[in-house]
Each structure stands twice: as C-alpha cells, then as structure tokens.
Design a protein. Structure first.
Length: 167
C-alpha cells in the first residue's frame, strides 16, 4: 500500500505520465477499496441469510421453587416444553417443588426445547396416614441396622486412628 501510494504521489508531483498515474490510481482503488467492500457486503448478506434460517429462540425462565404445574404454565408461556428428569425423596421441602432445572435460567434455546426438571416427593418410608404405616418403618427393621453399621464403622475408623485395635 505504501509503495503504490508513494508511486502515485511521485508521479503526480512530476505530472509527466498522466495515463500511468490514472492507471495506478484505478488499480489501487479497485484492490484496496472495491474488492474489500464487495467481500464484506457478500459476508454481511450471508450472515443475515444464515440468521434468518435459524429457528426462533427464547430465554429460559427461572422455575426453581415453583410447583410442577406452575412451571409447566411458565414454560409454555415462553414456548418451551417441560420434561421430568429426576425425583428426589426425603428432602425437607414441600413435595412437588422443582429443585433443579436444565438448561439454567437466562440461557437462549430454540422454541419448543424441553427444559428438564428435578422435583421433590414425600419420602415413601415415612408416610403415615390415620396412625397406620404404609411400609412399616419400625425401629427394628431399619433404624437399629443403620445404628449398628455406623457404630462398627466408627470403631474401625477410630481404631485405625489410634494405631491399632483397643482390646
């Protein structure tokens, strides 16, 4: 670019070769102005065409803490679908509440994309209705076994910590 500009300035100062100056100025104009502008215009049109061919997108709303039904309404209002991924039992939350979602709130997704949710359910082992147990969670079945396993584990780990068994 500097070379061509130098040649043009040199010849224009001398003023002898008008045809050569015009030819070089035309070549420089075509190479450095017209060709890049044409390439950028073609690229711009291609990007616009590609963007128009994409499906419409929407943002994922925040649905954590909502019930499944409320989340379904919120997602359908955003042109999204809902899909149950997992159910968690035994959490200290109200049953039927959404505790996780994929994709995360604010992400851009295509219309109709399924949003996966994880909801809570009541612990089936702790359900008691009218004073009767559904699954007999008596202390002899599960509670004492867990306690014995924990005591054995604690004794083994504490014995290892003190450098051997204490007999």
């Amino acid at each position: 670019m500097r070379f061509i500009l130098g040649v043009l300035v040199g010849y224009s100062l001398r003023g002898r070769e008008k045809r050569l100056i015009t030819f070089l100025a035309t070549i420089a104009f075509i190479v450095y102005i017209v060709l890049p502008a044409t390439a950028l215009l073609a690229l711009s049109l291609d990007v616009k065409k590609e963007r128009q061919s994409r499906p419409a997108q929407t943002r994922v709303p925040a649905i954590r803490g909502l019930s499944y039904e409320e989340a379904e309404i919120s997602l359908h209002a955003s042109n999204l679908n809902i899909r149950l991924l997992a159910t968690r039992y035994g959490l200290p939350l109200q049953p039927g509440v959404i505790i996780d979602q994929v994709p995360q709130p604010g992400e851009e997704v295509d219309y109709g994309y399924p949003v996966g949710v994880t909801i809570t359910k009541a612990d089936s082992m702790a359900l008691i209705r009218d004073g009767k147990d559904f699954f007999d969670p008596s202390p002899h079945r599960g509670g004492s076994v867990t306690l014995i396993i924990n005591l054995v584990f604690f004794r083994q780990s504490s014995g290892d910590r003190h450098g051997g068994n204490e007999s």
